[in-house]
Design a protein around this ligand. Structure first.
Ligand SMILES: [Zn+2]
Length: 315
């Protein structure tokens, strides 16, 4: 995230340097600005000392006259009063991040979303997967699929409200939309400002394996803590990784930790739950079945093939 105090300071310094450069070119402008400054101070003093109004009126008129002269000098040189204003990235909040105390600016919210997205581990391509572009008509039972998508939308809402007690196990062959649906959920969860970690199973276990032998125990613990506590954990393509005792143990520990804390997860896999039992063990299957709703994504052929056929028909 941006250090906003530093950014503001930098922008102000740039502005001062710009004005100094203009002064070197136009000494007349500097004289006028100094005169305006002095008159302003005199006016504040007159106000504080509550001298007669006539003096303040005179000063005000003099300032207005000087400002007109300044405007003219600026115009003759192709500029206007905006040279006195720092080049804010966001003029709305002048890079403070809030528009008034307690009200976050849209630029800050966008920055936070980008940051959440970056930390989630999802690729840019995955950011395009939404509920809106998930096409249920390709499925064997489109109505049933519509129902499942509605369930997924509610799942997102429950995560936002911190009231989610269920998880999701997506099964189905290659190209059946498991990644699309889990990424759509993850994107919606991120949009709500919640934290997500999204990893392919093979990458996740490789990461845990690498970190385990890392000298820096604190880094390892921090990573595990994030995996245990993020608002949503997505493990994509379970079963594609090389299964070892270590992988099984880590998966069980992770699911137990999250289930215990009522933290939702999504697992997608080409394997059926029976194949999960035979590939991993009963304990892994139990941890999945304890919490998860099972969705099978069923269609005759992969979405890619179905779309290609449609294009051929149209041709
Ligand atoms: Zn802003």
């Amino acid at each position: 995230m941006i250090n906003r105090d530093q950014l503001r300071l930098q922008k102000q310094q740039q502005c001062e340097e710009r004005i100094a450069a203009v002064y070197r070119r136009l000494p007349k402008l500097q004289e006028l600005d100094q005169a305006i400054g002095q008159k302003n101070i005199a006016m504040i003093r007159a106000g504080v000392l509550q001298k007669n109004n006539a003096e303040r009126d005179t000063l005000r008129q003099e300032i207005e006259g000087l400002m007109q002269q300044r405007h003219q000098v600026l115009q003759e040189n192709g500029m206007d009063e905006t040279i006195y204003e720092p080049d804010w990235n966001c003029p709305l909040c002048q890079d403070r991040g809030y528009t008034e105390p307690g009200v976050l600016c849209s630029c800050y919210q966008k920055e936070r979303l980008d940051d959440l997205f970056l930390r989630s581990g999802m690729s840019e391509a995955m950011r395009q997967f939404t509920f809106e572009n998930f096409e249920t008509r390709y499925y064997t039972n489109a109505e049933d699929m519509d129902h499942k998508v509605r369930w997924c939308r509610q799942f997102v809402q429950q995560i936002q409200q911190g009231k989610c007690s269920q998880c999701l196990f997506l099964t189905g062959g290659v190209g059946r939309g498991k990644t699309h649906l889990s990424a759509a959920i993850a994107n919606a969860v991120l949009e709500n400002g919640n934290t997500v970690i999204y990893r392919r199973a093979a990458d996740l276990f490789e990461l845990i394996r690498q970190y385990r032998y890392e000298e820096n125990r604190q880094k390892f613990e921090e990573m595990l803590e994030q995996l245990r506590t993020c608002d949503l954990l997505v493990i994509d393509d379970l079963g594609a990784e090389r299964t070892t005792e270590f992988v099984i143990e880590q998966l069980v520990i992770l699911l137990e930790e999250r289930n215990y804390r009522n933290k939702p997860w999504i697992i997608s896999s080409n394997l059926s739950i029976n194949e999960i039992i035979s590939t991993y063990n009963d304990r892994t299957a139990d941890r999945i079945l304890d919490k998860a709703v099972l969705f099978k994504l069923d269609m005759q052929e992969s979405i890619r093939v179905a779309k290609a056929k449609e294009r051929m028909m149209a041709f």
